[in-house]
Design a protein around this ligand. Structure first.
Ligand code: AMP
Length: 392
């Protein structure tokens, strides 16, 4: 089945047209700077060079319109469209074929992720208008986490407030964590039972997955919670928010921006949110960059401990996303913290596991199998489109 996967961010839109049987990617590209006067459109076919041009993208509708226009110039066929949606809220515990009711529910939960859901909904609406005969499937970052037990997802706040505003832990990166489980299970079979999935990219989260069911995750009501990230602070004392507003005179928007865009690796390193830049400076002895990595690994280790406890054990750990797939030092620092649990990595395998597909990096005799499994959210979304529409 040929599926167009649309991944709309707050100011960007990425797409891929792929075959779910062969995983061949026919075309892919991106629209950048949506909402500004002049955006950039990039498109490539059959693995060829990316062609770019400047295009005004006033909104997400204009971006998806440009993508469909470009694809219409090709001979590729589209059998269905899959859309990544950041927030499914309390409505969705699985991906869903889009109809009017699903659209209304995506918009109803949009206040929980206003920078994402409205743009994503606009892209779906355009696809439905343009190709009414094609199925559109919404794939939510949150739905995989809806299996968390009440003790894990409930915040200890007044119940009437939580009920009225739908305040609870929703998690994120669910499509990636689900892919990690699917691949680990495919490769390890019955040896994989309790998986700690570590998605370590610019955004980062952990998930505790027991027999395919999510028991807990580190992101919360929003993707700000949990691990220290590229520009996000992760878990801090919640009173910090009120303190900064009261004593520092910051507005809620300024605190929101600070915690989402000016914190994390960027704030601690003082130079960049990009792990590669920080690695270069750390290797030259820059103390702030060394601290940034130490903190990143420490916080990941500490929260991994709580994920492992929520499953009462772990037999498999997977690393994915930009840092998890590429930075062997972070993987080593993290795994060395779990020697007491019998985790042993093979240093050679760990160093060599860069961009080579799924790899086991644990040493023979390790009590826990440790793997690097490059994530493929686009494939997972396309797979859901096929799963939910094949027999209709
Ligand atoms: P992602 O959000 O998954 O695209 O991950 C982005 C993060 O991965 C950034 O911090 C990058 O610096 C980091 N990253 C990407 N490639 C590498 C690499 N080869 N070595 C270390 N970090 C990398």
């Amino acid at each position: 089945m040929n599926v167009l996967v649309v991944n709309a961010g707050s100011s960007s839109l990425k797409y891929q047209l792929l075959d779910t049987d062969t995983r061949e990617v026919f075309a892919k590209g991106n629209c950048e700077r949506i909402g500004s006067d002049m955006g950039i459109f990039g498109h490539s076919e059959n693995g060829g060079a990316k062609q770019t041009e400047e295009v005004p993208f006033p909104d997400h509708r204009s971006a998806i319109a440009r993508v469909l226009e470009e694809l219409e110039k090709t001979d590729f066929t589209i059998d269905g469209i899959g859309h990544r949606i950041v927030q499914g809220g309390w409505h969705f515990d699985d991906s869903a074929v889009v109809d009017d009711e699903v659209m209304a529910e995506i918009l109803e939960v949009a206040p929980l992720a206003p920078l994402h859901n409205y743009g994503e909904a606009a892209a779906i609406e355009y696809c439905r208008e343009k190709y009414p005969e094609l199925p559109n499937v919404a794939v939510f970052d949150t739905s995989f986490h809806m299996t968390m037990p009440e003790v894990a997802y409930t915040y200890a706040l007044p119940k009437d407030v939580c009920d009225k505003y739908h305040v609870r832990k929703y998690g994120a990166h669910g499509t990636s964590h689900r892919y990690e489980w699917m691949m680990a299970k495919e490769i390890l079979g019955s040896r994989c039972h309790r998986l700690l999935s570590c998605h370590l990219g610019n955004g980062a989260s952990l998930a505790a997955i027991e027999d395919g069911v999510c028991r807990d995750t580190t992101m919360g009501l929003t993707p700000l919670d949990g691990l220290m990230m590229g520009t996000r602070c992760g878990s801090i004392d919640p009173a910090t928010v009120c303190y900064l507003q009261r004593e520092g005179g910051y507005s809620y928007q300024e605190v929101d921006d600070m915690m989402n865009k000016q914190s994390g690796l960027l704030a601690i390193s003082g130079i960049s949110n990009d792990a590669r830049d920080i690695r270069t400076r750390a290797s030259e002895g820059d103390e702030r960059c060394l601290l940034a990595f130490d903190m990143f690994a420490y916080k990941a280790m500490q929260q991994a401990g709580s994920m492992i406890a929520s499953m009462a054990g772990v037999d498999t750990i997977t690393f994915t996303a930009g840092i998890g797939e590429n930075d062997w030092s972070i993987r080593k620092a993290f795994c060395d913290c779990f020697e007491w649990l019998g985790v042993r990595i093979d240093n050679n395998k760990n160093r060599e596991a860069v961009g080579n597909g799924p790899q086991v990096i644990s040493a023979a005799g390790s009590a826990v199998t440790v793997m690097v499994i490059p994530t493929d959210e686009e494939y997972m979304i396309a797979h859901d489109v096929e799963r939910l529409t094949k027999n209709n």
